[in-house]
Design a protein around this ligand. Structure first.
Ligand code: NAP
Length: 294
């Protein structure tokens, strides 16, 4: 057990990511007291009952003062109202971070509310599952995963260093990135794959009744993997697509062109085109395994 980095940490939103980080801070002894500012009464009750946090409230005046670190872990679309609600209670010197899957829109919505003297460092853990809520959290979620920090120009270097230490101590590798670049990278690595999964599973469920039943009965691993991704939280993903619109539309355009090229190769029986493409993609999978991100 190491020295705590913070006396009190406040989580705004104690769902999948908030509860996982809370459990990780507890496991590694990084905070003495954990509190949650949470809108859902059921989630407040569960988070205290199963020991994710010490206290949970829906009152920012009770949750925020006294916290050295505030972690905003609500859906991206709720960040602006959350920022306005907590701002009057943030003391100078407090570090505020978020875990939103989109960075430019979150910075646009949150940064204007952050008072002078409070250090806001946007972040995004590249970790998570298709589950939501406080019961789905687990302390090892961030182990061996990347944590991206996207500090704004002029951000206090000590705040960035403190968050880097926190994420490192819960097992993550930390990378500092420009927020615009982050949104472009995540559009291809995360947002497009989710959109494809939602589309495939949606198409299957729209099939005539007898075919749709067989899709479930004979679900092969390809389709099964897509259904797991397509079971991800609808609110969270609605907000991600709406708030990373430009980057997502750009990769959908590229994807559509590439799909059309494969469609053409299938139509004209161009086996060598397909084989070349599939060989290239296999190499990417190998590279991910080598990087221990499989
Ligand atoms: P989650 O499990 O649904 O947790 C979000 C929690 O915030 C819920 O308890 C929700 O309550 C609560 N909430 C919503 N609006 C609120 C408000 N205005 N004030 C206080 N609490 C509020 O979602 P999550 O998966 O932890 O995602 C949280 C953030 O992490 C999102 O921004 C997401 O983009 C990001 N993220 C998620 C993943 C992932 O794989 N899940 C990975 C990386 C980053 P209700 O359920 O009642 O609305």
């Amino acid at each position: 057990m190491s020295e705590p980095l913070f006396d009190t940490v406040c989580f705004v939103g104690i769902g999948h990511i908030g509860s996982s980080l809370a459990l990780a801070l507890r496991k590694h002894g990084l905070a003495r007291r954990l509190v949650a500012l949470e809108a859902a009464p059921e989630h407040r009750r569960i988070a205290v009952e199963i020991g994710v946090v010490d206290e949970a409230t829906d009152d920012p005046a009770k949750a925020v003062p006294g916290a050295g670190l505030v972690v905003i872990a609500v859906p991206v679309g709720a960040v602006e109202s959350v920022g306005q609600a907590i701002a009057p209670h943030l003391a100078p010197g407090t570090i505020v971070t978020d875990v939103g899957s989109v960075k430019m829109a979150v910075i646009r919505d949150l940064a204007p509310s952050i008072p002078d003297g409070v250090h806001y460092v946007p972040g995004h853990p590249i970790a998570g599952t298709e589950h939501s809520g406080p019961r789905s959290g687990f302390a090892e979620l961030f182990q061996g995963r990347w944590q991206i920090l996207t500090p704004l120009p002029g951000t206090d270097a000590h705040a960035v260093a403190t968050l880097t230490e926190l994420w490192t101590r819960v097992g993550s590798m930390v990378e500092v990135m420009d927020p615009h670049h982050h949104d472009k990278v995540l559009a291809i690595t995360s947002h497009l794959p989710h959109l494809i999964a939602y589309t495939i599973v949606g198409t299957a469920s729209d099939l005539e009744a007898h075919l749709a039943q067989e899709v479930i009965k004979f679900s092969a691993s390809g389709f099964r993997d897509f259904t797991r991704i397509a079971a991800s939280d609808p609110i969270m993903w609605r907000d991600i697509f709406i708030n990373n619109r430009e980057a997502v539309l750009e990769v959908i355009q590229r994807f559509t062109e590439d799909l059309t090229a494969l469609q053409r190769a299938i139509r004209w029986g161009e086996g060598e085109v397909l084989e070349k493409r599939f060989t290239e993609t296999r190499a990417i999978r190998r590279a991910i395994i080598d990087a221990k991100q499989a």
